[in-house]
Design a protein around this ligand. Structure first.
Ligand code: AMP
Ligand code: MG
Length: 352
């Protein structure tokens, strides 16, 4: 299949291009498009065959359900059995935005979209191109991240093209996304609302809207031995091709520890790399050094992390060390993704 690549500026949307992309979706085809979180791989959420195509294009296990994207609140009742009060409270504050809510699904949603589950995940993105596309497609677009399964989610169109060229009808290039981590997922089908995947919208923010909220304990605990409640969270994810190790501890001790490790590779033909911060990047002894941003700027770290993981692959780096980050606020989402990328390989830097 020849993939058509179209540039669309969120602030100056070409209506003809959106109309064409909407037609592709209505006809059962696939369109990758930018959202504020990461790029999505879209198909008609109510068409079984489209969902099957999404799984095939991504190489995604079929028990890993898709998130259905809507553009207006009125669309929600068409795909869910009931809308709990908490959903209205949360939607009022955080929709449109980087937040997904899980509901009991209505018969309109095929099991092919929900990975066989009786529940459906729904998000209303804020990205203008995404919203225009959802409207043009008829209102319901299933869209997982637009990467091959297991790889870091794409935050720029270049990596969508790398993973999906030739497998989808169209890729919309909207430049770099603004958030860079996938949406927070909150399940509203249990006794209490529960966060299944951390993201930009934090537990504290959700509690402001809807009172006490639980967190799936498998999100940050590497060794709980329990299965995560979001099926997709159990899979190896975000991994760069090189072996990634996170080094935790006092910032000074972390730099020393990583430098000690790097010297072991000096004079070998093994290519090393470091995920550093602006404060430390100049202090590493060798290899490919990439800064995710200033340490206090969590938003920048979130925005840059996946791109940097991909760049280490472009540079064919074989051994990567990453600084670690506090696990509060957005940091919880950052560390959740970084730990998965590292296959939970984390070491403590000893104070010198
Ligand atoms: P992605 O769109 O690639 O970011 O992945 C979607 C995530 O949402 C995966 O981790 C899924 O397991 C999760 N998810 C989607 N639908 C449901 C659902 N009905 N129940 C629990 N988790 C879900
Ligand atoms: Mg994904």
């Amino acid at each position: 299949m020849k993939t058509k690549i179209v540039k669309i500026d969120e602030n100056n949307i070409d209506p003809e291009a959106i109309k064409e992309a909407g037609e592709v979706l209505k006809n059962g085809g696939l369109v990758a498009f930018p959202t504020e979180t990461v790029y999505g791989l879209g198909g008609d959420a109510l068409n079984e065959a489209s969902s099957a195509k999404i799984y095939a294009a991504k190489g995604r296990p079929s028990d890993n359900p898709l998130i259905v994207h809507i553009s207006k609140m009125e669309s929600l009742s068409g795909i869910v059995k009931e809308i709990p009060k908490a959903a209205y409270l949360i939607a009022e504050k955080y929709w449109p935005g980087p937040l997904t809510m899980i509901f009991h699904k209505s018969d309109a949603v095929p099991y092919a979209t929900t990975g066989g589950l009786e529940t459906v995940a729904v998000r209303m993105p804020s990205h203008k191109t995404a919203r225009a596309l959802i409207d043009a497609a008829g209102g319901y677009v299933a869209a997982p991240s637009a990467n091959r399964s297991g790889r870091p989610s794409p935050t720029v169109a270049r990596y969508v093209i790398e993973d999906l060229d030739g497998q989808v009808e169209m890729i919309i290039d909207g430049g770099e996304v603004s958030i860079g981590l996938e949406s927070t997922i909150i399940d509203l089908t249990g006794e209490h609302p529960m966060i299944l995947r951390p993201g930009y919208i934090t537990q504290a923010m959700l509690e402001e809207a809807a009172g006490e909220i639980e967190v799936d304990s498998t999100i940050i605990d590497s060794n709980s031995g329990q299965a995560p409640k979001a099926p997709g969270m159990k899979y190896r994810h975000y991994a760069p091709k090189g072996e990634l190790t996170i080094v935790e501890g006092e910032p000074e001790a972390v730099v020393d520890h990583i430098n000690k490790e790097l010297t072991k590779f000096l004079g070998t033909d093994i290519k090393t790399g470091v995920i550093a911060t602006d404060e430390t990047a100049a202090r590493y002894l060798g290899g490919v050094i990439k800064s995710v941003g200033r340490r206090e700027d969590e938003e920048a770290i979130a925005r840059h992390l996946f791109r940097i993981l991909r760049e280490f692959d472009d540079d064919e780096v074989q051994v990567i060390f990453a600084e670690s980050f506090p696990r509060e606020g957005i940091g919880q989402a950052i560390m959740n993704r970084l730990l998965k990328a590292a296959g939970h390989r984390i070491v403590q830097a000893k104070r010198a």
